[in-house]
Design a protein around this ligand. Structure first.
Ligand SMILES: C[S@@+](CC[C@H](N)C(=O)[O-])C[C@H]1O[C@@H](n2cnc3c(N)ncnc32)[C@H](O)[C@@H]1O
Length: 220
């Protein structure tokens, strides 16, 4: 069964991790920005959670619409993704807006989040298999400085019924229970699920089931 809708359907071998990088590089080689150049609306609506001049890590940041938005708000940004094609477009977008962003082209499987180093960490539509999800999200709490904030939006398992974007296999979609466990170290955390209309480029379009997390590490 193919993992993703649209162009993904032509690539059954995407089931293998090695092909995932090729998939994303192929998608990002298109001239158009796959998810547009505007920031994710949940991130935009919560921008106040980050204190001024925050040092923010963007996980699975792709073509950089969110990283560029955060940099435009005066934050210091490092963006990680394993697609060099995506990061090339991120740098193009940043250059157009005269912004400077550090990029790291690395598979999150091999990336260690520096501990006590970040005022903010975000992950927008980063969908990982269970072992990687646990490994990556399990490092978030320690990665944050005191008072630091983690924010994410991703597709919920209910997204399977909509087919309006994202992975089309339940293993790559998230539930509230899974994320509650991943982020159990946080005492101040909200995890919400909702259905909403998404218009992000041509690959995220229409009514969608999402899960949203905002978690703050204690300042003491
Ligand atoms: C749906 S895109 C989201 C991109 C971006 N966060 C946004 O909202 O525009 C998912 C991203 O996850 C990245 N990704 C998936 N698995 C990864 C991994 N193991 N290591 C690094 N990046 C990964 C892909 O390259 C892709 O850019």
């Amino acid at each position: 069964m193919p993992l993703f809708i649209g162009a993904f359907a032509l690539l059954p071998s995407i089931k293998h991790n090695k092909m995932d990088i090729n998939f994303w590089n192929t998608r990002y080689k298109e001239a158009e920005y796959a998810y547009g150049t505007e920031p994710n609306d949940f991130l935009k609506s919560k921008i106040h959670v980050f204190k001024p001049d925050s040092k923010i890590l963007c996980l699975a940041e792709g073509e950089g619409r969110n990283a560029v938005f955060l940099a435009s708000q005066g934050h210091r940004i490092t963006a990680v993704d394993y697609s060099q094609e995506g990061l090339n477009k991120l740098q193009k977008l940043a250059l157009n807006k005269k912004l400077s962003i550090e990029t790291l082209c690395v598979d999150l499987t091999h990336y260690k989040i520096e501990e006590h180093a970040w005022d903010g960490i975000i992950c927008i539509f980063g969908h990982f298999p269970e072992s990687l999800r646990k490994a990556v999200f399990g490092q978030v709490y320690k990665g944050l400085n005191k008072g630091g904030v983690f924010l994410m939006e991703a597709y919920h398992k209910d997204q399977l019924k909509y087919k309006t974007g994202g992975p089309q296999v339940v293993e790559l979609l998230y539930s509230k229970e899974e994320l509650q466990e991943d982020f159990s170290a946080f005492t101040a955390i909200t995890i919400e699920t909702c259905d909403k209309d998404i218009e992000e480029g041509k690959y995220h379009k229409g009514t969608s089931a999402v899960i949203q997390v905002v978690a703050k590490k204690s300042s003491n």
